[in-house]
Design a protein around this ligand. Sequence first.
Ligand code: C5P
Length: 398
Amino acid sequence: MLQGKNILIGVTAGIASYKINLLVRSLVQHNAHVKCIMTPSAKDFISPLTLATLSQNPVAVEFWNSKNGEWENHVKLAEWADLFVIAPLTLNTLSKMSHGGCDNLLLATYFSAKCPVVVCPAMDLDMYAHPVTKQNLALLEKHDVKVIPAEEGFLASGLEGKGRMAEPSTIFDYIATHFYCTKQLEGQKILITAGPTYEAIDPVRFIGNHSSGKMGYSLAKSALNQGAEVVLISGPSQQILDHEKLTIVKVKTALEMLAAVQEHFASVDLGIFAAAVSDYRPAETKAQKIKKSQEKMELHLIKNPDILAWAGKNKTVNQLLCGFALETQNGEKHAREKLTRKNLDFIVMNTLEDEGAGFGHDTNKVLLLDKNNNSKKVELSNKNKIANEIISYIYSNQ
Ligand code: C5P
């Protein structure tokens, strides 16, 4: 997949550097040529031997290679790279990159690089939130450096917050997208719904489901990779996606999702509804936390609007619509009924019967159906691959 691409990985002295091993391994597994540069202090965190072994190339640290007595040519390294990824990026290296500090090989290579540069900052939450950090990241962006933002979560300091380096899989996806943005869907605008909805019972409880949002986000990624513009309407999800042609609308409830769909649907060529919308919501959301004073409690639920059915009613002849159906028995029959009832062009059927398929998994197994009675089985595969299959099925059977 990354056959023949030269990817230079710059590692600075952050604890997140231990995760770079996984990134390097994935890149090599996908046939990229990988070379690594480390700052001298990064060696306190991971060993150059590990990166050299995984990348199948010597690791450059100093200007002077004491083993063969040669000068490490930072200009040549920079010229070699099709993409330079600096991960993790510490506050120290960030500050030097944004203000011209050049006291190690990694920085000299950065200042010589003509290829696209991507950075993945990683630091403690207060350092990441500091106005100077924000200014410096903005300065890098001004100079066309792509910043993959830090993520929320558990930090090595024991604190929790924003500062974790983006996961290796996120960095890998960015790299894959960078090289494989085909233009097949250039000019197309696609609306995708993803994730669960949360229907509040009171300020602390809600009715939700196990949907992770992975399928919808993979669809968005696939569409973006092929040049489409995407409006992703996402219920609560841990998935992260960032792209210049992506508009993300974050919602919590089915009613909010409906409002977002109603706002954007008229402007798109295709709608793919992958969200697991809660069928019901509490008739009333209590303003205060419900006390556990009674032995029994009844919760009155009312039906949520069917967002996909609304889109089916309102679509024009030039718009395509694809829904999902999660079935536990007589799958194909029920999915076909749904396709007709909701006025869809396509439906993606998955069942919970298959090991590794459906909610929360990274893999899925689906049957693709269209309104002309065609169908295609896609065997258990990773959700990114399933997403590519769904999109190519839609565009080749429209
Ligand atoms: O009728 P059922 O819930 O099985 O239909 C599933 C399909 O309908 C999915 O594409 C889902 O995103 C969509 N849906 C919706 N709004 C609802 C319920 C389902 O958009 N309230």
